[in-house]
Write a protein that binds this ligand. Sequence first.
Ligand SMILES: Cc1ncc(COP(=O)(O)O)c(C=O)c1O
Length: 380
Amino acid sequence: MQHKSKLPQVGTTIFSVMSALAKEHQAINLSQGFPNFESDKKLMDFVTKAMQSGYNQYAPMPGNTELLKAIANKYEKLYNTSYHPESEITVTAGATQAIYTIISAFVKADDEVIIFTPAYDCYEPAITIHNGKTIPIQLHAPSYCIDWDIVKSKISAKTKMIIINTPHNPSGTVLTKTDLLKLQELTANTDIIVLSDEVYEHIIFDNESHQSICLFPELKKRSFITASFGKTFHNTGWKMGYCCAPKDLMIEFRKVHQFNVFSVNHPMQKGLADYLQEPSRYLELSGFYQEKRDLFLELIKDSRFDFIPAKGTYFQVLDFSKITKENDVEFAKRLTKEHKIAAIPLSVFNENKKDDNMLRFCFAKTDETLKQAAEILNKI
Ligand SMILES: Cc1ncc(COP(=O)(O)O)c(C=O)c1O
């Protein structure tokens, strides 16, 4: 039987490709974005305790009540804003599921969705599968800042949604208050939904503060925030996340969520609820990763790679223009095979595979791994 693919352009993600290549060649894997150290044992103990105390059947569809309250508390304390725990927050199987479900719930055939490339790779396929049209706006190395005049020229009556991501994967840049105000101005008096992917909200450096969409009341009214516990608590394999939005948007989200996922892992939700009672557990994350970024960059400062220090996330992009004329995919593969270090070529996130000679390295690694990686990079 012949099936016409709904996603003919989609192959295996670059993350799987590079991680498999790293494994095959026993290379240090700084490609895929996950820590190579363990989550806090205290959190694992809370989850174990939850399993032993009967949290083993379906959680309520929107999420465990204590976890929803803990998330609402976080927004209250950090951003002085409120999301009602019963009606405006839903716990999801990672941010990816939240993003897919938001797009499912709102994007109809021929609706336009503006994304900024380089973009995290789950946005576009979700838009395509719902017969929406992706309108990519290419950001340029090395600053990757948004030209709002271009955004203005792309907004039309067909624009259903704009997806932003700050701190930004893969570039490590962040949106400023001026950026968010500009977005607010450009979308004022429209029904455009903003999907604000804030999975790295707690990883922001040099005393900058995270510009959550919820800080901008006119935007908050029309926006979803997506978040990931995996990024915050070093357990990407748990695939736990959530989203927040005003009630009218969340009602539509839940219509899809309840028939797609219904509810997510209950003991982990209860464990996370207990763990979130102590805010230092996420507030100390920026300092923790800033030390790793600084260590990595200090170690490679004399290498032939150029860089602007990442402002957030656990990714650092390195410019290899002084090293080779190869395209970034070829260079990334050769680095893995010959030099035993794996990174992600940025062109895969770009419009028309634009190649700026940039590779993305994940520094969510032990200091020992970062030292080994730097030793290799200094010899290239
Ligand atoms: C920008 C961005 N959004 C969403 C996700 C997905 O998060 P999760 O693992 O919680 O699904 C990632 C993971 O790498 C990401 O980098």
